[in-house]
Design a protein around this ligand. Structure first.
Ligand code: R2B
Ligand code: URA
Length: 310
């Protein structure tokens, strides 16, 4: 029933540009990237995006706009006087996208299908743009397991809610499984950029990707709950024993689709709460906002280091 798909690690062209594993695209007159409001004929994608080195994704339009402004400051990128950043995808009314020099900041919405659609279109965008060796980074929020709220988690692998280290998706009536692999070198480089001076911890571990925020993450505060609090605790402790450090909702498609495309990728999330102690996200807005800056800071250090060694 299940079809295992084999990922070819050699998926990029020698010059680092993205090779599409779809023979149909180059035969089409135009490719409309519907959900990001761009197209291969309507826009000069090489001119607009050929210089992209980092594609940073996060859940909300607002967070990604803040990240775009933050990274602009960090890398010393200047916009012409009197101009402001614009949401390149505003007329899609789906995702928001900003570009600051070699960095794209784009929102992905919540959950597997939403990030899946965006990944298809961002991978095709990098292909059409002939961008060289783009790195995809997800900057997110999550629930932590036995970690102080506000801890930064760098994912070294992604597991789904059934314990598969892969992304399963029904295609033509069959489940296709693609390995959810992340770049181990970037994990080490990111970890090395965390500082003893950061007033919070930065850890490396397995990230569980759930299909739901409530029952799918073993919460007892959803509209429904047909298990006991003891069942929940046993489940979360089983995850801890397996090395799971955090739970979110996009890790497996993010890891699997980037890997399938031969694109290096990393996931850096901040924990909003310790799931071993509760389910409700109760921290005040200001606290949550400060937590959300933490993955951004780490990723900014990574991007700056890369740009300095260029
Ligand atoms: C983290 O936060 C969202 C749910 O609140 C979801 O997108 C995720 O992965
Ligand atoms: N996002 C999630 O998916 N789960 C949490 O517990 C917090 C944020």
């Amino acid at each position: 029933e299940e079809k295992q798909s084999v990922a070819d690690p050699d998926t990029r062209y020698p010059d680092g540009t993205v090779k599409l594993r779809n023979p149909h695209i180059e035969l089409m007159d135009q490719d409309i990237l519907y959900h990001i409001a761009l197209g291969s004929e309507s826009h000069d994608l090489v001119e607009m995006f050929g210089d992209v080195k980092f594609v940073c994704m996060g859940g909300t339009p607002n967070r990604m706009k803040n990240f775009a402004h933050f990274i602009m400051e960090e890398i010393g990128y200047k916009l012409p006087t009197g101009t402001d950043l614009m949401d390149i995808s505003q007329y899609s009314y789906r995702y928001s996208m900003y570009k600051v020099g070699p960095v794209i900041a784009v929102s992905h919405g919540m959950g597997v299908p939403s990030i899946g659609i965006l990944l298809h279109e961002m991978i095709k965008l990098m292909y059409h743009a002939k961008a060289q060796d783009p790195v995809f980074i997800r900057i997110g929020t999550c629930g932590g397991l036995g970690l102080e709220p506000g801890t930064v988690v760098i994912s070294d692998q992604a597991v789904d809610g059934l314990g598969n280290y892969s992304y399963s998706v029904p295609i033509l009536g069959e489940v296709v499984k693609r390995p959810a692999k992340l770049d181990k070198k970037i994990v080490r480089e990111l970890k090395a950029l965390s500082s003893v001076d950061d007033p919070y911890e930065t850890v490396v571990g397995t990230t569980m990707c759930a299909e739901d925020f409530y029952e799918g993450q073993g919460r007892i505060d959803g509209a429904f709950c047909d298990y006991t609090e003891v069942d929940k605790q046993n489940y979360l402790e089983k995850l801890v024993k397996q090395g799971v450090k955090n739970i979110e909702m996009e890790a497996t498609p993010f890891a699997a689709l980037t890997h399938h495309a031969g694109i290096k990728a990393a996931i850096v999330c901040v924990t909003l709460l310790n799931r071993l102690k509760g389910d409700q996200v109760a921290a005040p807005k200001e606290v949550i906002n400060e937590y959300q800056e933490r993955p951004q800071k780490l990723v900014a250090r990574y991007i700056k280091k890369y740009l300095q060694t260029k």
